[in-house]
Ligand binder design. Structure first.
Ligand SMILES: [Fe+2]
Length: 169
């Protein structure tokens, strides 16, 4: 099943309309998700779910820019659900995995009721990338670390990337 991820990546790049910012964003989130998932020892189906969700999590960004003029998190979650369903309809994965991927796309800006390692790691990986892309302050990074980071690998990456100042007091 893991080979399906390469198909999903190719397809997601193809539908990104040459937007290199979007492409490099999801490739980075995918890479961090994969690394954290492997280090946390996820079962294969959870790892696949995580990697696929990481690749397509921002699938609604182009539509949201067009429709709302921004990439507000709630709009992205709502608009992302049907887009992700449609995207995955042509991908060979078991239905229950597709459903979980769609669920994660629909919640990737929601930090409550995080009900699985795939979900937790997607939030951490997206944050590791956004902190850099949005030039977040050390205080903001530290607050996020204390608020929702949980995995040992995610925290190690965050501290390596953003410095010891982000460590829990
Ligand atoms: Fe993202």
């Amino acid at each position: 099943m893991l080979e399906n991820i390469s198909v999903i990546v190719q397809k997601m790049i193809a539908v990104s309309g040459g937007n290199l910012h979007d492409i490099s964003h999801f490739m980075k989130v995918y890479a961090f998700s994969r690394i954290i998932g492997l280090q946390e020892g996820l079962p294969e189906t959870t790892q696949i779910t995580l990697e696929a969700a990481a690749v397509i999590h921002d699938i609604a960004c182009p539509l949201c820019r067009e429709k709302y003029g921004d990439t507000n998190g709630k709009h992205q979650e709502q608009e992302g659900i049907p887009l992700a369903q449609n995207f995955l309809s042509e991908v060979a994965l078991p239905e229950e995995i597709k459903e979980r991927i769609v669920y994660l796309v629909g919640r990737h800006h929601t930090y409550t009721d995080v009900d699985g390692m795939d979900y937790q790691i997607l939030l951490e990986a997206d944050f590791l990338v956004n902190a850099d892309e949005s030039h977040m302050s050390v205080d903001t990074v530290k607050a996020a670390r204390n608020r929702f980071f949980k995995t040992t690998s995610g925290i190690r990456l965050l501290e390596s990337m953003y410095g010891k100042a982000t460590r829990k007091a």
